[in-house]
Design a protein. Structure first.
Length: 301
């Protein structure tokens, strides 16, 4: 696995520093994963598929992608739309909530800018948010394009990452989530997301649901307690070491996914990859915001 395409949206992130001061950066669930994946495994070719505007903020993001050494050949530029924006509200335990402004986001129209098939790649990564921001026409387009990629040998990675506010209804979200689970070779699922969307009350219920599909690797993230790793032949529970200094959990799951995929790409087995993913997540939640300062080195792979 040398070439990876990650699909989604990067937004302007505003983090509260004080009652009258905000810090601006760029983030988004799949974008966070792309940045951390490239930092964890610099030899991998990581390309980000999205659409951004032609304004100054979009130019700044484009240059940031280049600084992070992400491939920008799949970044489409819109003349009429711009970046979405969100604000992070973090409580004294490090848990966060969000306020979004994305009605004119260029990324919500990305598939309309893609002519023909997607380029060949070893792995294609997307999340429930990647799907949720699209209209149904683009969702069908995405299914067709991923079907063609799979037929050419590409592996599909899907992270549920359910956000109720982005969907018309839970039924609509479940319909599309299951559509992409059915295409996934690797599923990166959170217990909290499954509880919200499917009312699953245990890891075993999630496993039962995912077993309906031909998923080669099921990675179930159970918060700060464990990561459950299921392959088609084995199952493991990987304990997560407690983190004392939790500053901001904004990108914990995104960072875990990056660490997991980086380790798998370097040949690690699923259990070792899950352990490394947990280390990366533990490091990231010790800093404010979604993307840690570039001078702060991630745990060695």
């Amino acid at each position: 696995m040398n070439h990876i395409v990650i699909f989604g949206e990067c937004m302007i992130e505003l983090v509260t520093l004080s009652a009258h001061q905000l810090a601006k950066s760029f983030a988004g669930d799949t974008f966070n994963t792309a940045v951390y994946l490239k930092r964890c495994a610099p030899a991998l070719q990581v390309h980000y598929l999205t659409a951004i505007g032609s304004d100054a903020q979009s130019d700044e993001l484009y240059h940031f992608m280049q600084q992070e050494k992400l491939g920008v050949d799949l970044v489409h530029r819109s003349a009429s739309r711009h970046l979405g924006l969100y604000m992070v509200h973090t409580d004294n335990t490090g848990e966060r909530s969000f306020t979004y402004w994305r009605s004119e986001s260029a990324a919500t129209q990305t598939l309309y800018s893609v002519d023909g098939e997607l380029p060949d790649t070893d792995l294609f990564y997307l999340s429930g948010i990647s799907v949720a921001i699209l209209d149904d026409t683009q969702r069908h387009m995405l299914v067709d394009k991923l079907t063609a990629l799979r037929q050419r040998g590409c592996k599909i990675v899907f992270d549920l990452n359910y956000r109720p506010a982005l969907w018309k209804s839970p039924d609509h979200a479940r319909q599309w989530a299951d559509r992409f689970y059915a295409m996934a070779d690797i599923a990166l699922s959170g217990v909290d997301d499954h509880a919200q969307l499917y009312a699953h009350q245990s890891v075993s219920e999630i496993v039962t649901h995912l077993s309906r599909f031909s998923i080669e690797e099921q990675i179930i993230k159970n918060g700060a307690s464990e990561v459950v790793v299921n392959t088609q032949s084995d199952s493991w529970s990987v304990p997560v070491e407690p983190v004392e200094n939790v500053v901001d959990t904004t990108a914990a799951g995104d960072a875990f996914n990056a660490g997991y995929l980086a380790a798998r790409g370097k040949g690690a087995d699923p259990v070792s990859a899950a352990k490394y993913g947990a280390k990366v997540a533990a490091f990231v939640i010790g800093y404010p915001g979604a993307i840690t300062p570039p001078e702060k080195a991630l745990p060695r792979l």
